[in-house]
Every structure is written in structure tokens, then in C-alpha cells.
Design a protein around this ligand. Structure first.
Ligand code: HPA
Length: 270
């Protein structure tokens, strides 16, 4: 049976025959990283079979395949979220497509609210683990035993070490912490943030967790970096907004860009 992933790969393969190594998913306001791609093949999601188009502003909805720092990468500029349709598996086809194009690594980025007073807007945080608060899972309904995906080492230790090393060599301060997935689209309440802190979360956001689960399902090594756009609800008294997310994400994006570039350069050399 031909699947949407097969059809997506066929379309992309009609434009490029390169073997890709790293899939990069760009979150809200982080689209500038896509500008690093050399020799790009650009395809709008709406033209790729099975690719969901995000209606969230500040998401470009474009696949860009090419080279960054000598490494063949497929950049997904923009992602669809669970809250857009109620489908936790909304990113299944794009992630499966990355794997089918040869990627072994999935590097995800997102905008997030910080629970750490010492990590504020404009900072970046390497995700060490996650808490899935939503009770939703992209593998619900998957009929095979492949659904029982181990999540103990979901955030790959080797890639994390490489990213931390890259940040250090770039002179970029990158904290580490646990990311908690809230469904959104409303932001959290102060009481929910107090609970999140008590439960061990360091940042909160509306994405990434289902994609990491899907990434592990497809056998990809996963890593994620959050760009902090705000202190989480109740920490400052200010109301949260998507406008703030869009305004502040590009500040962290500049740091993110340096870390990703250095990581890819180091990876090429090793
Ligand atoms: N909560 C959830 N998602 C977010 C936040 C937040 O505070 N900031 C950016 N994305």
C-alpha cells in the first residue's frame, strides 16, 4: 500500500537525490534558521502529500532541503500543533518523511515559557527530558507492537553532549531542563505553573513532545532546544500572549542559530 509518506518522499526525491542526515524542525518565530541552508530545494507543505499546514502565525510551512555547515539537512520551517486539530499525531507524516529521506537525527526547536527565574526571555534551554501532561499520545491507534516505544533515552545523550559542547565553544549560555507539554492553545494558569514546578518542569510549551514520541517511533535520535520567550504564567504578573512569543523568539533564535551551526560543523568533522 502506498502511504502519504511514500508520496511525500517521491515528490521530494523528484527534486533532490541527496541523502540527508539531520531533520530540523523550527518553532514559532524561529524561521530565520532556514536562511542558513545552502543550495536549497524549497517545497511548500501544501504541495507535499500528507503534510499538515499550520495556521499559527510565524510558521512558514515550508520544507527546505539542502546543506548547513557541510551537513545535508531537511528543515521543516513551521510545524502543526495538536491544538490546531485535536490530532496528537498531526506531525506523523513529516517526521516519517525525514526518516525516509535518510535522516538519523531529529533536532526540534520550540518557543517556551520558563519556570526558572534565572533563565529569562531570550535565553535558550536544552531539553533533557519531558513530561507529557496532556494525556494525549500520537501513537494512540497505532495497531502494531511498534507503538510501545521506550522513552528512557528519548533525548539522545550523545547529541545533548554535542550540543552543550557546541554552545560552550560558541560562548552561548544554554541551560538544561525538563519541558512539560500543555495542549494549549490557551496559556497556562499560575496554579498550573505551580503544579508544573512541583512536578519537576523547567519550561512549558505546546509542541515538541508528540514529535519526539514520533521521532522515537521512527527510530530517529532526538534532541530539542527551547527558546524562552517569557516567564511562565504568574511569575511576573504580566499576561501572556502569542505576540510576545513572536516578538521575543527571534532574540533566542540568534543564539540557537550559532549553536546549531557549530553542532553541525562539529558533527561533520567527527
Ligand atoms: N506556555 C506555553 N507555550 C508557550 C509559552 C508559555 O508560557 N511561551 C511560548 N510558548
Amino acid at each position: 500500500m502506498t502511504t502519504d509518506i511514500d508520496r511525500a518522499v517521491a515528490l521530494i526525491r523528484s527534486r533532490t537525490d541527496r541523502s540527508y542526515a539531520v531533520g530540523l524542525v523550527l518553532g514559532s518565530g524561529l524561521g530565520r534558521v532556514a536562511d542558513l541552508v545552502v543550495d536549497p530545494v524549497r517545497i511548500a507543505y501544501e504541495d507535499v502529500p500528507g503534510f499538515p499546514v499550520s495556521k499559527v502565525s510565524a510558521h512558514k510551512n515550508e520544507l527546505i532541503a539542502g546543506i548547513i555547515e557541510g551537513v545535508p539537512v531537511v528543515v521543516l520551517s513551521g510545524r502543526a500543533h495538536y491544538f490546531e486539530t485535536g490530532d496528537a499525531g498531526i506531525m506523523r507524516n513529516p517526521i516519517g518523511t525525514l526518516k525516509a529521506l535518510g535522516c538519523d537525527t531529529l533536532l526540534l526547536t520550540n518557543a517556551a515559557g520558563s519556570l526558572k527565574t534565572e533563565v529569562g526571555p531570550g535565553e535558550i534551554m536544552l531539553v533533557t527530558d519531558h513530561i507529557n501532561l496532556t494525556g494525549r499520545n500520537p501513537l494512540i491507534g497505532e495497531p502494531t507492537d511498534a507503538r510501545f516505544v521506550g522513552m528512557t533515552g528519548a533525548y539522545d545523550a550523545g547529541i545533548r553532549a554535542a550540543l552543550l559542547g557546541a554552545a560552550e565553544r560558541e560562548g552561548v549560555a544554554m541551560s538544561t531542563g525538563v519541558y512539560m507539554w500543555f495542549s494549549g492553545p490557551s496559556f497556562e494558569t499560575p496554579a498550573e505553573i505551580r503544579m508544573a514546578r512541583f512536578a519537576g518542569a523547567n519550561a512549558v510549551g505546546m509542541s515538541t513532545v508528540p514529535e519526539v514520541i514520533l521521532g522515537r517511533f521512527f527510530g530517529l535520535r532526538c534532541a530539542a532546544i527551547s527558546t524562552i520567550t517569557n516567564f511562565a504564567a504568574g511569575m511576573t504578573g504580566a499576561e501572556l500572549s502569542h505576540d510576545e512569543t513572536k516578538r521575543l523568539a527571534p532574540i533566542g533564535a540568534a543564539k540557537l542559530e550559532r549553536v546549531i551551526r557549530r553542532y553541525l560543523r562539529d558533527r561533520r568533522r567527527s
